[in-house]
Write a protein that binds this ligand. Sequence first.
Ligand code: ARG
Length: 451
Amino acid sequence: MAAQTASDINQMLAFRTNSTFPNVNIISTSLSTVLQPARVVSSSRFLNPFVVALVVIAGVALVAMAIGLLIHFLAFDRKACFYRSSFQILNVEYTDELSSPATKEYRILSEQIESMISNIFKESNLRNQFIRAHVIKLRQSGRGVTADVVMKFRFSKRNNGDSMKGRVQAVLQKMLNNSGGLEINSSPGITTITSQDTENIFTQACGARPDLLTLSEERVIGGTLADDGDWPWQVSLQLNNVHHCGGVLISNTWVLTAAHCFKSYSNPEPWTAIFGASTVYPKRRARIRSIVVHNNYRSGTQENDIAVVQLNTAVPFTKAIHRVCLPEQTMSIVPDSTAYVTGWGALTYGGHTVSDLRQGQVRIISNAACNAPTAYNGAVFSGMICAGVPTGGVDACQGDSGGPLVQEDSRRLWFVVGIVSWGYQCGLPEKPGVYTRVSAYRNWIRVQTGV
Ligand code: ARG
């Protein structure tokens, strides 16, 4: 019975084999031979079932190994390598503007240097290993400028560190002739640094979010709930250990915030500043030494809604706690550009504050549009700036006051352009958030804090 069935199958499959499915022949032959070992079915020794099975298994194993190796070498075999370099640029005269990353001059020269370096590597045999270059400082040297730069590469783990350093160095030599308008003094030397060194450098500088701390290739802002370290300058100002207002770290001792936060309690004693994305599990706390509210703060109109708070002890900068960049007085903020507002404020008008930091993406609105009769009808002064979304729904709200409205520049540095100040309810269409325009108070901040 079994033999009969097997033979039937064999015939049936054999028939199909002869017509349209040549591959099935292998299966049919093996099937029949297994079931009827005594009968020699196949016409060729090639199709011996064991050989076929072996060949198939070996083939699959080879392909799997090849894929595995490929994945290994493409993804896991590579390690990040960081280098630091300094070189002198002869044909750019040093001016005071180059001392602050907030100026247009600093940004333009840094961009020029960064693209010169990245062009050199993209035209070299290290084009697949080069990730990014970032200017960390511009210094005066003689009449010219010295640039301090960090660079990131991804090399195979099997490569030897010294030989890689040599290759990077050799490519950098090309800066001497192929410098895209910049005249480089002499061949730049490089030092190998660790990822921790790189992180420390960016932690001490202003305005770096996690992607810049690692010089990573991707930049992401997802969801509305923020992760620890996503907005490292965000501060919660607490009154008797209850969140009252937001604030933003502008140095290791000074927090920028809104004047109206201190309307009822302006004595520093009951206040504390807390750091980290969660107010339930703070990363750090600090007492407040002094509170400086703008002399001309007007509670009726909210003009000059700005204050600075001095911490009792300097907070050490870490990956998750460091300062934002302050914009220059002259910084123009482009209507319709993207900005982010962050805080522990209420999610709806009249709601409760939350314990996990949240972020909202909004767009800058010109003062003219914000003063339209259907919007705020002239209540927005030149020291204020509006931001929101046309349909409403994303906005700051009660408890976000004093917190930052930030924007990223072309070099991935983040600037505080606004301080949450007021709005009609929260998230209504045509009633955007109104912020203190930080650039208008740049000088006031410098006079009060030295920052
Ligand atoms: N004044 C509020 C506070 O003390 C902030 C209001 C912001 N409102 C707005 N719709 N953006 O927390």
